[in-house]
Design a protein around this ligand. Sequence first.
Ligand code: ADP
Ligand code: SF4
Length: 692
Amino acid sequence: MARNPRYDILFEPVRIGPVTARNRFYAVPHAAGMTNAMPHMRAKFRETKAEGGWGVVCTGYVSIDPSSDDAPLPFATLWDDDDIRSHALMTEAVHRHGALAGIELWHGGGSVMNRASRIAPMSPSGTSWMATHVNFMGNQRPRLMNADDIRSLLKWQGEAARRARQAGFDIVYVYAGMGYLPYEFLLPEWNQRTDAYGGSVGNRVRIVRELLEVTHEAVGGKCAVALRISLEELRSRPSDRAPSEAHEVVALLADVPDLWDVKLDSSPTDCPPSRFAPEGSHEPIIGFVKKITARPVVGVGRFTSPDTMAGQIRRGVLDLIGAARPSIADPFLPNKIDQGCEQDIRECIGCNICISSWHDSVPVRCTQNPTIGEEWRRGWHPERIAPAGSASSVLVVGAGPAGLECALALGRRGYQVSVAEAGEDIGGRLRFETRLPGLSGWGRVLDWRRGQLERLNNVDVYRGNRLSAQDILELGNTHVVIATGSRWQRLLYSPLEVPAGHLESAGVFTPDDVAAGARIESPVVVYDFDNYYMGSVLAEALARAGNRVSYVTPAGHASAWGIMSNEQPQVHRALFAAGIALHTLSRVTTFERGAVTLANQFTSAETRLECAALVIVGARLANDALHAALIARPEELVRAGIKSVTRIGDALAPGAIVHAVYSGHRYARELDADPATLTYRRDAPLPAMRSM
Ligand code: ADP
Ligand code: SF4
């Protein structure tokens, strides 16, 4: 199909200093969990974006010196010449598809603990980041930087930039964002220096200017020099000379970088979940930059709509459409727009599972795109899949995220697929969850699969079909996939931090009951030891429905795991705004006579809370009865011609939607595959040059 001329503007080349991007699609630097220890995975992951049409593809953060060591978080290094080859693997891969390669050089300053290198960290005034996020806490504080340290920083940046050029990069970054060292110089909380690097905005910006200058010098006009900068805090600070300190900083540096990459300051605001922020949420902060500089500007905003992207360019907000999450959810987003197939874009849902992967220190995962991170180690391509290995027919029981993804990938391989769904509509858990506050965007998981499945005439979906083991035996497909999901339990929670003790009585509910329309009376207690989104989102929904709601959790925060997905700060604000009383470190021990008893998780001290309805958001168990019933009848399976019965998704192991999608996809990839290919390839660092 032909490209819609409305989007031609997105495919105009953009000059960035000495290099030219072939179009305006810019895959910005983002953490992907792949360090120098995984050079092939990393190269293939980024190559796939270049193949998918991104004009620029960048690395994640790359440390310029061992004094910037974020371990155990996964960061890359360019500490010496031995690191060059590892990155060259990526630049060669990206260049094969006509894209430019960018590298985000990074020094963490007082935000890192140097846990592995054991070098005392440093910051402009010895100030440390006292993080509330457990992953970022530490007990090593930075020392104050002296003039020698500043000279060293400039030297490391220059040397790293020279190596970056040698590795084949086209765009080399100075990174003054997100609490890292150059950013620390910009803000007076971090920077109380009385020398030429502290005090006035002109002084505070000096190090950034010098870093840009040494970078220009090191790359010798061969690469573009980009400045990545966080502007949220600076924008909130008044200035005598300009509308804000952010304006002043941008004016002072206006044409020093070849490219401005503008963002916000903390991960939860820079990369907010869709539950709390819409597409394009950065614009009010960064929208002014293009008015000050003549250099191109790139920014992000979870852009998935080509109309929004083209609007950003036409309205003069951005020159390049930056993307981290949309490029993960669909590495082929630009090509799809180019080919007039924008309806095929697998749109990011803004769940931030990708961010949580970095917090977990593992390669990136995505709810929408199960192939991400698997391009090299499992050989999975987001747009291509091997043809069917046999003429088998497959019955998929259950049309939730797992069943739908499985059916789609099997259908694309060419298998004859039947999907049986008990409910009147497909979607499984999404049918209910996407109606909860802030979660409508997650409907893209269902909508995209529904749309794609409708185009396959070898996949038939049967709604309103609850199958029994007998039904399945009679249908007689070659393979049966059980994707029947899971159910929430009425369990309590023991001081040993395991679910223990059933609570069956009138007035006790689970999310499944709420989904089924149970009548919930006020006051409600939502008891959450699942720790992800369901507890807080249900509390919010019940409060919006007019109930008096208390939220109780044995954890220290509401939606405690939500810190991993950047949700937690906003969850607390949302509960507060909805008037929900918060009880942390508390276990529910009894529920009787209109009240629950809470015990403190550590002291067991008891309190009572008025309660007409208790909604327990705790553990889930797999709906695996159908699977058990089938495998108990091996002879009948053989007679029916059924060669395999396999559980996937929540029916195998209840988890987040990302796991269900992955599980369904993996089954489909591996059906009839050579067993020798079913393990993943293990990546390894490239040997150091000096040891060769
Ligand atoms: P997952 O996240 O693993 O995909 P879900 O709970 O979202 O799991 O979806 C499971 C789906 O399976 C639900 O839509 C449910 O209605 C359906 N289902 C459960 N049991 C049967 C059955 N016996 N026959 C057909 N569909 C079923
Ligand atoms: Fe988007 Fe979620 Fe995928 Fe991240 S994990 S790219 S937020 S869909």
